[in-house]
Design a protein around this ligand. Sequence first.
Ligand SMILES: Nc1ncnc2c1ncn2[C@@H]1O[C@H](COP(=O)(O)OP(=O)(O)OP(=O)(O)O)[C@@H](O)[C@H]1O
Length: 228
Amino acid sequence: MSEPVLSLRGVERVYKTEAGDLPVLRGVDIDVYPGEVVGLIGPSGSGKSSLLHSAGLLERPDAGIVALGGRDCSKLSERVRTRIRLGTVGFVYQFHHLLPEFTALENVAMPGLIAGRSWQVAEARALELLGELGLTARVNHQPAQMSGGEQQRVAIARALANKPQLLLADEPTGNLDPTTSAAVFQSLYSLARGQGVAALIATHNMDLARYMDRVFALKDGYLAPQTF
Ligand SMILES: Nc1ncnc2c1ncn2[C@@H]1O[C@H](COP(=O)(O)OP(=O)(O)OP(=O)(O)O)[C@@H](O)[C@H]1O
């Protein structure tokens, strides 16, 4: 088997609040491999977003190891963590956060331009991804001219623009109706598999979780495999 893209070992996260320490992750272990789509479920407040934030180097865990591509990132400087994050991780959120004044094509090309690629290269990658997501006819539309499902597909394309090894998605279909949610999830799943990306997807949607390659449930700060 190939090496995991993401490895968490003994990850702990404790928030300091006025009411005292709030331990959210107490010792999380997980490996996510290239080309697999792994689900993360758990009740509201169980720490799914916190786990994704630690995994994506947006937050530092209070203890434990967060390794991307076999490299422990938990103790690296913020500058190095940011560089690794930009080169390795793509994020999708519940709300698309597209730039409203730019077209779908420009929104998806943007990460490539920011990474220093030419417009031709960034545009070609954006057109490829939007095409795979069935959005060729929408490339020149602005977000307000697209449906919720189309907007979220554009956000998925944008997350994959710089060919990340890891895709982290936090309730990526949480804002969509059930039919659109299933269709967008199917697009995300096929694209992630096709691109060989390791995907970790937090969701409340058990119907979608069933279609994932593996699912883990977060409870009381620990992960356990979920069977259906
Ligand atoms: N910055 C913070 N400071 C203090 N407490 C926080 C902070 N961020 C999250 N929490 C708390 O940590 C717990 C876990 O939050 P988190 O957002 O990770 O859960 P979640 O499983 O993603 O929830 P949901 O499904 O509702 O999005 C919650 O009780 C939340 O209030």
